[in-house]
Ligand binder design. Sequence first.
Ligand SMILES: [Zn+2]
Length: 145
Amino acid sequence: MVDVFDKRKRSWLMSRIPGRNTKPEIQLAKLLRAEHLEYRRHYNALPGTPDAALPRERIAVFIQGCFWHGHHGCSKASMPTTNRTFWRKKIRSNTKRDMRQARALRKLGWSVALFWTCRPLTRERLRTRIRQIVVRRMDRGSFAR
Ligand SMILES: [Zn+2]
């Protein structure tokens, strides 16, 4: 039997999913500007609509909420005590989709820079991650530009 109240409560919870222009996304844009990196926000021409896409570096940046995207081993990603089966399924389907999208991006020649909301994004972290990606690509000799 379907519990109607439960369903309603769920849809309320689902509507709590952070939308666009959340604090971390605004912070990301600020840092990209500070780094003088060319970027497009919410770039829906790419799989997964990256929070920021760096066309010159071909890097797709995502800032993921720990709970919704199932940050492994993170305290912010712990399951609610009620409706556990529902949540587990929901989060698992999110993480599967994330992986599918990352694969699709790599196929298109893009790299993924992933950040979690449990750690504040700093200029140093962003710079380090982007540098890592670019250096790794040069090592592989696949940095086309
Ligand atoms: Zn986390």
